[in-house]
Design a protein around this ligand. Structure first.
Ligand SMILES: NC(=O)c1ccc[n+]([C@@H]2O[C@H](COP(=O)([O-])OP(=O)(O)OC[C@H]3O[C@@H](n4cnc5c(N)ncnc54)[C@H](O)[C@@H]3O)[C@@H](O)[C@H]2O)c1
Length: 251
């Protein structure tokens, strides 16, 4: 039996990197997955051949996207057990030079879009938790929720925001048997980081920083998300799960 047998999940950012690996792992563990990503991301074909994964093209920042996404999951699969909010964007600019547009772009996807999808999904998660005894929210933050680097003010603020949002969700939803937790990936080789990590001199620096002496792969984070999404995590809520190979162990 798979660890998510009989579950229905929404995974955002599912065309690439961590989201794509998570959609596949969740499906391999028995879940039916609505795999959400931007229309231009290739989501339509990213999981071709996987019958348990239904692609859904949406930009999560669109006004009506949360409603459409939750409606699609309910229409296709009839319920919702797991919301994995993973879509995210990065960008670098010093605060002194950062435009309002850049701040809003990063925070709009990483935290506002996440908040709006959580809000929309809560009634369906409550119904499922009442019926089955549990439901799950898992959010992707970053080690940048508690760490920083030059030019990452918008990104760090957004990821710290994910932490605050998720802990509050955990507090508010606990009495309904809905858990809310977040994963904090370290340096992971994905679409977001590929250009940098394909440069050997940059890759080596980040490999050396991690206690485990390697970059993370999307599957490393997907496994963390799977734990938080599974029944095994019944008493884990409001938790920050750092999955970084020991990147942030020392200064
Ligand atoms: N790669 C890393 O080192 C790293 C480290 C810490 C945290 N993260 C976080 O992990 C998450 C996944 O990123 P990844 O590294 O797999 O990158 P990625 O670029 O490979 O995947 C991100 C996906 O999110 C999608 N997306 C972006 N904006 C969207 C929107 N408005 N609506 C719908 N989909 C949207 C993209 O199209 C893309 O497919 C992000 O939240 C990111 O901040 C990544």
């Amino acid at each position: 039996m798979g660890r998510l047998a009989g579950k229905i999940a929404i995974v955002t950012g599912a065309a690439s990197g961590i989201g794509a690996a998570s959609a596949r792992l969740f499906a391999d563990e028995g879940a039916q997955v609505l795999a959400v990503d931007r229309p231009e991301s290739g989501i339509a074909t990213a999981h071709a051949g996987k019958t348990a994964i239904a692609p859904f093209a949406a930009d999560i920042t669109d006004d009506d996207a949360p409603r459409k996404i939750v409606e699609a999951a309910l229409a296709k699969f009839g319920a919702l057990d797991i919301l994995f909010n993973n879509a995210g964007v990065s960008g670098r600019a010093f605060v002194e030079e950062m435009t309002d547009a850049e701040w809003d772009r990063v925070n709009g996807v990483n935290v506002r879009g996440m908040f709006r999808l959580c809000r929309e999904a809560i009634p369906a998660l409550k119904r499922r938790a009442k019926e089955k005894g549990r439901a799950r929210i898992v959010n992707t933050a970053s080690v940048m929720a508690f760490d920083t680097d030059y030019g990452l003010a918008a990104y760090c603020a957004s990821k710290a925001g994910v932490g605050g949002l998720t802990r509050t969700l955990a507090l508010e939803l606990g009495k309904f048997n809905i858990t809310a937790n977040y994963v904090c990936p370290g340096a992971i080789y994905t679409g977001m980081t590929q250009t940098n990590f394909d440069k050997p001199e940059i890759r080596e620096v980040w490999e050396k920083k991690a206690a485990l002496r390697r970059l993370g792969q999307p599957i490393d984070i997907a496994r963390g998300a799977l734990l938080l999404a599974s029944d095994e995590a019944d008493f884990i809520t409001g938790h920050e799960l750092v999955v970084d190979g020991g990147l942030t162990l020392r200064t």
